[in-house]
Write a protein that binds this ligand. Structure first.
Ligand code: ARG
Length: 589
């Protein structure tokens, strides 16, 4: 089914056509001055230009036709020719009925797009930092949003598991346990099936190794050499790498799960190793790969560039593959496996040059047909602390995901006790609720910002049950659940909708009707923050309605049933949107 705005746009377009103007001037938008009308059409102004007539004249002619439509309550003209339109309450209720029956009005696309979301981007053996956290939160939301509106979306974590970080860790393990079989002169399988390191060990090994390499160029050189040998298939290093990989992935999975982040694919840079030689070969053959200062590169600068864009380096002087190489080979693999319409890369905006290089190289070399497959970098900004500087732990270090989760839960418990939430529940239920509240605080706090902007991670504000926060949404949704439970206990009927009688009730219905458009806009603009705005506005409008209307005490049964249907549909919309944002709602609080 079409959204209310679409239905009205079609009708108004017909009115333009019937008045002798082009129907393309008909589309309406939700009014930005609701006191003048629910919807507005600014088409008369553009039509006046195209038809060289007076806009008010056009608005008057078209308005007369709009007024005659059966669903219209009121039409007026403002200023030079803006048309304001309001719908009949009975029609609004009728539309709400179809919406609640038909998947909240969300239509599936005639031809769903095949989409890959590359997000998360954790680096094996290296602690996750808040940038990875943002990548995971925003990417997960985009993945779920695409799915909610009917696209075929696959999420891939694209692990950083093939670069110098691996060489550093392996060479540090060698320094400590040089006697392990992985380091023997002619190391050959079979190797021990048990990993010599745990996830906890790795938390310490990488920072130590990286500090050592920073201080000592010889250590760095050694790590490079190990990386090179690993990439060329050294059996001992490969076996050790596999252990490090598996241990890290198990640990990452567990952490991501606590944040409701689920990847379909756990592929990484290393999964491109088989493809790299053939890729290099074919790019060289075709003349796309060229020697430059000892390295093999693809030039990606274009005549209109306003600043110099360095070439994408395929192979360094020592023959090692780099970040750009694995990204290019990953596109080859994704084209083979999925032939997607779109690949979204949710990665820190400071990597934007890298993605310009990779995307240009992919198009230039014909790996991707630009007409067929879109490549987009969704660059996000930095998460700053309340001091305005990139978020760190109190001792200035990088916050580990586990510690962050612990911090979220503690903060959630603090705010819960402040408002008497879950006070008398047993510890297990309380802990479950605290996790949901904490995750809601974090995710809503993050996602309510435009992705590209830096934002301040102010957990105290995010965890509050008041204002535009995740916990406030949970609270509203849980309250609706409780109303619906009580209604069932009291044997009340739910639905159908009847025409709204108050402004508060009408406002909720109109907000609900806007849901499909909101989802589409948020997807088109890759902007989950629109959904945060929407779900917060919907929740506030519902709270206002609930304040003024005593649903369970309403004597008029038909009204009560309609209000309960309104409650149920609002809950469904909140659940849908919070689900997209990766936020879970408890049954009670
Ligand atoms: N591992 C990278 C990093 O930590 C992010 C990977 C993003 N995805 C990609 N296809 N390059 O910066």
């Amino acid at each position: 089914m079409a959204s209310l705005r679409e239905i009205l746009s079609d009708r108004v377009s017909e009115c333009f056509a019937a008045s002798g103007y082009d129907s393309r001037f008909g589309p309406v938008t939700v009014s930005n001055r609701p006191e003048l009308g629910q919807f507005q059409c600014n088409g008369a102004l553009a039509a006046a230009k195209a038809h060289a007539t007076n806009p008010r004249q056009i608005a008057t002619e078209v308005s007369e036709k709009i007024a005659a439509l059966p669903m219209i309550a009121d039409v007026s003209i403002a200023g030079p020719g803006f048309i304001n339109i309001s719908l009949l309450d009975s029609y609004i209720a009728e539309h709400a009925t179809s919406m609640s029956r038909e998947n909240l009005g969300i239509e599936t696309p005639a031809k769903p797009a095949k989409v890959i979301v590359d997000y998360g981007g954790a680096n094996i053996a290296k602690p996750l930092h808040v940038g990875h956290l943002r990548a995971a939160i925003i990417g997960e939301a985009l993945k779920r949003l695409g799915r909610a509106i009917g696209h075929d979306v696959t999420g891939d974590v694209h692990l950083g598991d093939w670069g110098l970080n691996m060489g550093m860790v392996i060479s540090e393990i060698r320094r400590r346990h040089g006697d392990l079989p992985y380091f023997a002169e002619n190391a050959k399988p079979p190797f021990p099936s048990e990993s010599p390191v745990t996830a906890v060990d790795l938390e310490e090994i990488y920072p130590t190794a990286s500090a050592r390499c920073k201080q000592n160029p010889d250590e760095l050189e050694a790590a490079r050499e190990v990386t090179g040998k690993l990439q060329k298939g050294h059996p001992g290093y490969t076996a050790l790498w596999q252990h490090i990989h598996d241990v890290s992935v198990a640990d990452l999975r567990a952490d991501y799960e606590k944040l409701n982040i689920e990847f379909d694919l756990w592929l990484g840079e290393s999964d491109t190793q088989d493809r790299i030689p053939a890729l290099i070969e074919s790019l060289t053959q075709a003349g796309f790969a060229q020697q430059s200062q000892g390295a093999l590169v693809v030039f990606v600068d274009e005549p209109d560039d306003t600043r110099e864009l360095p070439p994408l380096i395929l192979l360094k002087t020592d023959g090692a593959a780099l970040y750009g190489t694995t990204d290019l080979a990953t596109i080859v693999q994704r084209m083979d496996d999925f032939n997607p319409d779109l690949i979204l890369y949710v990665v820190d905006k400071r990597q934007s040059d890298h993605f310009v290089q990779v995307f240009r190289a992919a198009r230039k070399t014909g790996i991707v047909d630009a007409e067929r497959t879109k490549l987009e970098h969704i660059g996000f900004g930095t998460m700053n602390g309340t001091d305005g500087k990139p978020f760190k732990t109190r001792d200035g270090g990088i916050m580990k995901l586990k510690d962050l989760i612990g911090m979220l839960v503690d903060k959630a418990l603090e705010h819960m006790s402040g408002v008497d939430v879950a006070r008398d529940y047993d510890d297990a239920e309380k802990a479950g609720i605290a996790r949901m509240v904490g995750v809601a605080a974090l995710k809503f706090g993050d996602l309510s910002n435009q992705p590209a902007k830096d934002y301040i991670f102010d957990l105290d504000r995010f965890a509050s049950f008041e204002g535009k926060t995740g916990p406030y949404l949970l609270y509203t949704a849980v309250r609706i659940k409780s109303i619906l439970r009580k209604a069932v206990e009291q044997g009340c009927a739910v639905g159908p909708f009847v025409a709204p009688q108050s402004a508060a009730e009408r406002d909720v219905l109109l907000k609900l009707a806007a849901l499909p458009d909101q989802l589409q806009t948020a997807w088109d603009q890759r902007a989950p923050h629109f959904l945060c705005d929407y779900v917060y506005e919907l929740s506030s409008l519902f709270s206002g309605f609930y304040r003024d209307h005593h649903i369970l005490r309403e004597p008029d049964r038909a009204r009560q049933a309609s209000w309960l249907e309104l409650s149920r549909t609002t809950l469904a919309a909140i659940e849908l949107v919070t689900g997209i944002l990766g936020i879970e709602i408890p049954d009670r609080m």
